[in-house]
Design a protein around this ligand. Structure first.
Ligand SMILES: Cc1cc2nc3c(=O)[nH]c(=O)nc-3n(C[C@H](O)[C@H](O)[C@H](O)COP(=O)(O)O)c2cc1C
Length: 382
């Protein structure tokens, strides 16, 4: 049985994946955990790789990580998959997102928008799978509404021989990220594909026990958790954290996030390739209407040589030791950290007071002190 931390844009970056992996190793040594990056747009990766590469950054001890990409144009998808495999062979695999329901994403033909042209999407899946040698996977959902489920189901069956793994979020596009999950759809799909590919079920899982139950009762290969795993790394283990353990993880996460930002400020290089010709491509893309029947020609894309030397975990740890002797001050990572903190403290006594206080904090020292004061008070009253 394999558990998956679902890819989440703005959440599953290097610091948070590290937290999830550390908690997992501590409390469920016999289990298997896999992780994915946040999804990365392939168009922008071709044009401004220095900005988009942040979605891909990993450290040397992350061995079970999949890079997730999204887009629409065959050439950019295939080229990006090849580029990632060549430059960052440490990834365990590459995954195409065909499930994102965001109207902004879908209106460009990306994410779930890809399934408007099912046959074309199927042929892109085949082409990427034949262009890379690492395992290639797709992440999908049960489509637009109840009426077109069967149609899309058949396309998925045809895709199965070309992919290593299919993760199915058992909700329709209309449902977004909430509502009932169609586990029967996922169960039947696994039954139909058998061992052709790995099938992971996703949607609405709220606990470790529920994840185990879903895998067993649907005879699937693993379970993937997203929203209930935000600031809840223990969900992938049978362990319930004490307040002290929660406090320790929050502090570790804050330091990791800060160290990671300091590392990336110093170590993520600017792009030096001339990619101005690719701007014509972007310009064309802005004019392109995925709903139009007219054929559309995109200008050719230049490949880039941009590559980041990924950090080792030791480098990040070293940065952590430097933090205590620095005045870190205002950092974007502090603002970003608030959303995790709000989830970490949800349901704890006086958490609303801390939330109100933290909402206006944007420097490291004040945030750390607010967290320390809150937990000292909580632990004294325990
Ligand atoms: C904040 C957020 C960001 C997400 N970003 C991605 C993403 O980058 N790639 C992806 O495939 N799915 C993304 N998803 C969808 C989740 O991976 C998952 O399929 C969905 O939330 C259903 O699982 P859940 O019910 O356990 O939350 C995102 C979901 C959330 C809530």
């Amino acid at each position: 049985m394999i558990f998956w931390l679902a890819p989440m844009d703005g959440i599953t970056n290097l610091p948070y994946r590290t937290i999830v992996e550390e908690v997992f190793e501590q409390f469920w040594t016999t289990g298997k955990l896999r992780t994915r990056t946040e999804f990365m747009n392939v168009n922008w990766y071709m044009i401004q790789p220095q900005r988009l590469v942040h979605h891909l950054i990993f450290h040397d001890q992350e061995k079970k990580l999949i890079a997730q990409i999204y887009g629409w144009v065959r050439e950019t998808l295939v080229q990006t998959a090849i580029d990632i495999e060549k430059k960052y062979p440490e990834f365990m695999g590459i995954e195409l997102n065909i499930g994102c329901p965001s109207p902004k994403v879908m209106s460009c033909g990306w994410g779930s928008g890809m399934m408007r042209e099912k046959e074309r999407t199927l042929s892109i899946i085949k082409e990427i799978s034949e262009s890379v040698s690492c395992p290639f996977s797709i992440k999908v959902r049960t489509w637009i509404n109840e009426d077109d489920k069967q149609d899309r189901y058949n396309i998925l069956l045809q895709a199965a021989p070309y992919v290593h793994c299919i993760s199915i979020h058992g909700r329709t596009i209309k449902q977004g990220h909430s509502g009932e999950v169609d586990w029967e759809y996922i169960r039947k799909f696994k039954e139909d594909v058998g061992d052709t590919c790995i099938v992971i079920g996703n949607g609405g899982i709220k606990s470790f026990e529920e994840a185990e139950k879903r895998v067993k009762e649907n005879k699937i290969d693993g379970a993937m958790i997203a929203q209930a795993a935000i600031a809840n790394p223990w969900i992938f283990t049978p362990h319930t954290p004490s307040i002290k353990e929660r406090y320790d993880v929050i502090k570790r996460h804050l330091y990791l996030s800060t160290a990671y930002q300091l590392w990336s400020q110093e170590s993520v290089p600017e792009n030096t390739d001339d990619l101005s010709s690719n701007k014509a491509y972007l310009h064309a893309f802005k004019k392109y209407d995925p709903n139009s029947d007219e054929s559309f020609e995109f200008p050719p894309l230049s490949r880039h040589s941009y590559k980041v030397q990924m950090p080792t975990k030791d480098m990040i740890e070293k940065k952590i030791t430097e933090i205590s002797s620095l005045t870190v001050g205002k950092l974007h990572s502090v603002i970003e950290f608030r959303k995790y903190l709000f989830n970490y403290i949800k349901g704890l006594p006086w958490s609303k007071d801390l939330k109100t206080q933290v909402a206006s904090i944007n420097d490291f020292e004040t945030l750390e002190s607010a967290i320390d004061t809150y937990f000292t008070q909580l632990l004294t009253h325990e």
